[in-house]
Design a protein around this ligand. Structure first.
Ligand SMILES: [Zn+2]
Length: 242
């Protein structure tokens, strides 16, 4: 009788240990980074400015429009490694006002043309890429602006900042809601990302460093991928337990 009870006890303990190991290890499987979708989302990359509109600049001819175009090509390459479809609002040094009905100013018309490409390319996510500048040369770090009414936009902005911090270790992970034209008018999840401050001495150098920009592209692509994985993960009990 005692032997039977002991055997039962041992079986019970083993069952508990197996159950415990499932609880400990299964979440890592539940959050597997592998994502299989019938069709990966289309990302519309929008290198800001272009043509007559150079964006912000330093005093040696370094222009925002050129930095963000180079960066957008790097980001396109990295996103395609995750099988995202990637389109760009511009692939050369030009502005786009001729592609939209006039909106009162050339700049606003240019912005509308960019937003119209969301429909044209059937895009799911839009990333507008910019470089920041400030009178205070101590200001630094990427800033991700999101659509005020969109929790998806906010989640994507958070994911991007979380990832960028691996490169910009001093980054405060600033995400802000904003009323920029692109954010307000875009009908899809959109984030406007300011990569760094051209007016900050160190970031001014970073923005001209191809290795730095490539690393930044890798991190932002990873962030978009992680956001997509989270968005398409089915909730499991572990979402609530951990
Ligand atoms: Zn800009």
């Amino acid at each position: 009788m005692i032997i039977i009870i002991r055997k039962s006890l041992i079986c019970f303990v083993i069952a508990c240990l197996i159950g415990l190991s499932f609880i400990i290890f299964l979440p890592s499987f539940a959050f597997s980074p592998d994502l299989t979708l019938p069709r990966m989302p289309t990302i519309l990359l929008d290198p800001g400015h272009g043509g007559w509109d150079g964006g912000t600049h330093d005093f040696n001819g370094l222009l925002e429009k050129n930095i963000v175009l180079d960066y957008a090509f790097l980001l396109k390459t990295e996103l395609e490694k995750y099988n995202f479809q990637v389109q760009m609002t511009r692939t050369t040094d030009r502005e786009l006002s001729e592609f939209a009905p006039y909106q009162g100013t050339r700049q606003r018309t240019d912005l509308l043309a960019r937003v119209m490409m969301v429909t044209q390319y059937k895009a799911n996510i839009m990333l507008s890429i910019h470089v920041n500048a400030a009178a205070n040369h101590d200001l630094c770090g990427a800033i991700a602006f999101y659509q005020r009414q969109s929790t998806d936009s906010k989640k994507l902005a958070k994911s991007i900042q979380n990832s960028i911090q691996k490169l910009q270790t001093y980054n405060q992970q600033t995400i802000l809601p904003a009323n920029f034209y692109i954010l307000n008018q875009s009908p899809i999840t959109t984030v406007l990302l300011e990569l760094a401050f051209i007016t900050h001495p160190r970031e001014h150098d970073d923005l001209q460093n191809p290795d730095y920009l490539k690393k930044m592209a890798e991190l932002v692509a990873l962030a978009v991928y992680q956001y997509t994985v989270d968005k398409h993960s089915k909730p499991t009990i572990f979402h609530y337990l951990f």
